[in-house]
Design a protein around this ligand. Structure first.
Ligand code: GLN
Length: 204
């Protein structure tokens, strides 16, 4: 099994380290051909406008969409989640439109633009997951085929799954806890059942 991490901008090094910790082969992806043969791809956190521009410049949009259509795993964290969204409230960036969610950038405002919150996650054992939110996007719409895996105490979704796609508005790669990385591997390799119907990216 081989997982790629988009390495044009953002905290890709931390994702690579977390993947290696769970014992999977991890590869930095900067060019379209590096997506071939991957079982899954992570779009890391960073700055979504920059990420979007660089993805266009390097011709990475189409190969990422194709990977998703072919039923490989795709996980976006924070800015990566913004890129995966079907729609966002701002004009910039232009998201890939792969996961049926609506997202607002920097939705927690300047005062509390970074915070930490323990999250209950039913998808795995071992107690709450420590969520680190950094200028995090807010999820303002969740489509019928999307399963919410974790929410803030006020009910706002922060981790979601649709078929083999995973999205989180926080940064599991900035903790020592590798349970989300393990979950992504399980999803990418079909070891977990998708509770939702019609969520397959292959049907896009
Ligand atoms: N605020 C950033 C954006 O809108 C995302 C921040 C992050 O990825 N930590 O792109």
């Amino acid at each position: 099994m081989k997982i790629g991490v988009l390495a044009v901008q953002g905290d890709f090094a931390e994702h690579i380290a977390s993947l290696r910790k769970v014992g999977v082969e991890a590869q930095e992806v900067r060019l379209p051909h590096q997506i071939e043969g991957l079982d899954g791809l992570i779009i890391p956190g960073g700055e979504s406008t920059t990420l979007s521009r660089l993805m266009s410049i390097y011709g990475l949009r189409e190969p990422v969409e194709r990977l998703c259509r072919e039923g490989k795993g795709l996980w976006g964290t924070c800015a990566g989640m913004i890129m995966m969204a079907r729609e966002i409230t701002e004009e910039d960036p232009e998201p890939l439109g792969l996961m049926d969610i609506g997202v607002q950038r920097n939705s927690f405002g300047r005062q509390i633009d970074s915070f930490e919150q323990d999250l209950e996650v039913d998808a795995f054992d071992g107690g709450p997951f420590h969520g680190i939110f950094i200028r995090a996007p807010g999820v303002i719409r969740v489509g019928a085929g999307v399963e919410v895996l974790a929410s803030l105490p006020d009910g706002q979704p922060v981790a979601m799954r649709q078929g083999k796609m995973l999205a989180s508005s926080f940064h599991p790669e900035l903790t020592k806890d590798t349970r989300f990385h393990q979950l992504f591997l399980d999803i990418a390799s079909d070891l977990t059942s998708d509770l939702t119907s019609g969520g397959s990216a292959a049907s896009l």
